[in-house]
Ligand binder design. Structure first.
Ligand SMILES: [Zn+2]
Length: 379
């Protein structure tokens, strides 16, 4: 059976203007596990678009063989609003230009939406509890009316993802190595998945503070379990943000290999039949996100990096120099050091910066004092 593709129109912003999502569906609606994948919610993060193209081919072939035993939903581009935003010839896909902010922040709180209504309805059967919670989420989102185009996009994506067993949001960093964001409840459950993707870092946070897309679906379960400790309630949605390296790491060979890794994971999750090869050896341990230092620029100037991606550094090491060319040479260079000891995971491509901009992420193992209680994501 070929894949079924739907087009979901967004709310119209003006006469003569409509946008839509494309959704590819594989397997039987309602089959388990249900896996949801989307690309480029930050619309200018391109690697996921090419990965979804290759994954679509692999899934079509599996569908023809009748091998899709669960349900798989691919949203090949998650953000048609952002994809259409160009300024001076550059795609500006991170923030909604209509004032809606960062496309991957401030997603609605599904815990708040369903928690109260579950009072007195949960029982001793974990599976029945999971089904009840999923139904409550589906019904809550079905009843919500969009008030703007952006809201209609968020609603459409949430409705597709909310009752999935696995939600994978494909992003990328500026210049970076492959990494993954998860909540701690899904580690080491996701260890094979991280190994398949050859992740160089797995960053765990219960609440990163940003209400990102993935956490909208993962954290309600752990919060509901805490609210109703007398009832069995597993963390039933493994939702993660996959950072597919840097925004220029886009080529067929890389995307095909990533799509194959995702396909093997879909087999391991039980959504597609067949035996994947054993996962490659893990390239990292999971670490707490508050142990990763986001090294920020203290001044405006030109960034001259002192380290390379993938380099191991120590606390206090100089990561970069920020150079203010207006100053006399002996005063022009600001040393930027890291508080963490570990791997240099990301850098920025644009080498002119303002104060406060993130110059690098360094993956440490020990929680950092300045990251406690802080907003852990970038803006
Ligand atoms: Zn992103």
């Amino acid at each position: 059976m070929p894949a079924r593709s739907d087009r979901l129109p967004l709310m119209t912003v003006g006469p003569g203007t409509t946008r839509e999502l494309t959704v590819h569906r594989f397997g039987q609606p309602g089959a388990r596990p249900k896996i949801y994948l989307q690309a480029a919610l930050h619309a200018d993060e391109t690697p996921g678009l090419l990965v979804q193209h290759h994954l679509y081919g692999l899934l079509e072939e599996a569908e023809r063989r009748g091998a899709v035993t669960g349900e798989v939903i691919l949203v090949p581009y998650a953000n048609p609003i952002g994809l259409a935003q160009f300024t001076n010839g550059e795609n500006m896909g991170r923030y909604e230009q209509g004032g809606g902010g960062n496309f991957n922040r401030n997603w609605p709180d599904l815990f708040d939406a369903v928690a109260e209504g579950l009072e007195g309805r949960l029982g001793d059967d974990a599976e029945a509890n999971v089904a009840l919670v999923r139904r409550a989420m589906v019904e809550h989102l079905a009843a919500e009316e969009p008030g703007s185009e952006l809201h209609s996009l968020r609603l459409a994506l949430s409705r597709l993802a909310c009752d999935a067993d696995v939600v994978l949001d494909l992003h990328c960093d500026d210049q970076a190595l492959m990494h993954l964001f998860l909540i701690p409840a899904h580690w080491p459950q996701a260890a094979d998945f991280a190994a398949d993707l050859r992740c160089r870092a797995v960053l765990l946070a219960e609440d990163s503070g940003g209400s990102s897309f993935d956490e909208t679906f993962s954290t309600p379960w752990t919060r509901l379990a805490a609210r109703y400790p007398q009832h069995p309630l597993p963390a039933a949605c493994l939702a993660g943000t996959v950072e597919l390296r840097g925004r220029s790491d886009v080529d067929d060979a890389t995307a095909k290999a990533d799509a194959e890794a995702l396909f093997h994971s879909l087999q391991r999750f039980g959504a597609v039949g067949g035996n994947p090869p054993p996962p490659p050896a893990a390239l990292c341990e999971a670490t707490r996100l508050d142990a990763t230092d986001t090294v920020r620029s203290p001044a405006a100037g030109v960034v001259a990096y002192a380290v390379e991606l993938g380099q191991e550094v120590k606390k206090g090491d100089v990561i970069a120099w920020v150079v203010d060319p207006t100053q006399p040479p002996e005063k022009a260079r600001h040393a930027v050091t890291t508080q963490a000891s570990g791997l240099v995971l990301s850098q920025r491509a644009q080498r002119y910066v303002r104060p406060g901009m993130v110059l690098a992420k360094v993956v440490g193992k020990d929680p950092l004092p300045h990251r406690q209680g802080a907003y852990l994501l970038e803006d």
